[in-house]
Design a protein around this ligand. Structure first.
Ligand code: CUA
Length: 314
């Protein structure tokens, strides 16, 4: 892989919850870390006594110690943990939301197809944009293999299972860009199947919705115009959709507003004119097994024209 990739992207703040769906999970995790740390300490202590304990060894070598430490302690600890875990996570499954945002995400190999449904319906990819303080109900599906949708700062993992619809509730309490990844091995570039959830303040969100529901910008720059023509003639539209143009392919990600996305290749590369050109020329090298073929026959100027056109699709 080249040094330009964003993988691993950053230290993922798994225990820094930004909403009420992730909060109890972080709490429970801390209880488990600390509790298991203490128990591990006790076990090590017992082991040390058993090996080097001198006269103390006799004290633990009896039925009473075995019954107390081997049966009673685990039963009490696990029962307490079960009750605590069920109590602290009880709120995760109930959702009586008024006026939620509705989104449908389908796991693809190896990217995310994002259908916004309500308040406005349109399609995008690899980023899930939600308003701060308003719940988003995300229906998770797959029509290929099992994927798992995980955005640790906002919610627990939820699998995307062919033939099933799993609903996840996302609620961000502060604006931000939250890292997400596929958490279930789904073949080849599973590790490069990442996404972002972007939580925007309500006014920014309304502006974003208007912009993204609209068809693609018409290029004005001569190089971009050439790129737009090339996009049609070399067949990009067979797999990609650019709303407002002839390109209506549904195999790959919707590119109507591709330039507004932070990354290319599902979290693989930062998104700019240079990486766009590099991706078009040789996606296989950047993300092995990706279904997009390489367009290595394009001349440098053709690549630049295409990348300029894409880079203008904001
Ligand atoms: Cu999709 Cu792993």
């Amino acid at each position: 892989m080249s040094g330009a990739t964003l993988f691993p992207p950053e230290l993922v703040p798994v225990l820094d919850p930004a909403g009420p769906q992730a909060d109890p999970i972080a709490k429970l995790s801390w209880v488990l870390f600390i509790g298991s740390g203490i128990i591990f300490g006790i076990v090590l202590l017992a082991l040390a006594v058993a090996l080097f304990g001198g006269k103390w060894r006799r004290r633990i070598a009896n039925d009473k110690f075995i019954i107390a430490g081997g049966i009673i302690l685990p039963v009490v600890t696990l029962t307490a943990l079960l009750v605590y875990g069920l109590t602290v996570t009880a709120g995760l499954v109930s959702s009586e939301d008024r006026d939620p945002v509705l989104i449908h995400v389908n796991g693809e190999q190896w990217w995310w197809r994002v259908h916004y449904r309500k308040p406005v319906a349109f399609t995008s990819a690899n980023e899930v944009v939600i308003p701060v303080g308003r719940p988003a109900l995300v229906d998770l599906t797959s029509d290929n293999v099992i994927h798992s949708f995980w955005v640790p700062q906002l919610a627990g993992k939820l699998d995307m299972i062919p033939g099933k619809v799993n609903r996840l509730r996302l609620l961000a309490e502060r604006a931000g860009v939250y890292y997400g990844a596929c958490a279930e091995y789904c073949g080849g570039p599973h590790a490069f199947m990442q996404f972002r959830v972007i939580a925007l303040e309500p006014t920014d969100y309304a502006r974003w919705l208007r912009g993204h529901a609209a068809p693609a910008q018409v290029p004005t720059d001569p190089l971009a115009i050439r790129g737009a023509a090339l996009f049609q003639t070399i067949g990009c539209g067979g797999c990609h959709q650019v709303r407002g143009t002839e390109a209506r392919g549904l195999v790959g990600p919707d590119l109507t507003h591709v330039a507004s996305r932070l990354h290319l290749g599902a979290g693989l590369l930062p998104n700019n004119r240079g990486t766009l050109g590099g991706w078009i020329a040789n996606p296989q090298q950047l993300k092995p097994h990706v279904k997009m073929p390489a367009y290595s026959g394009l001349s440098a100027i053709e690549l630049r024209a295409l990348a300029t056109y894409m880079d203008g699709l904001e």
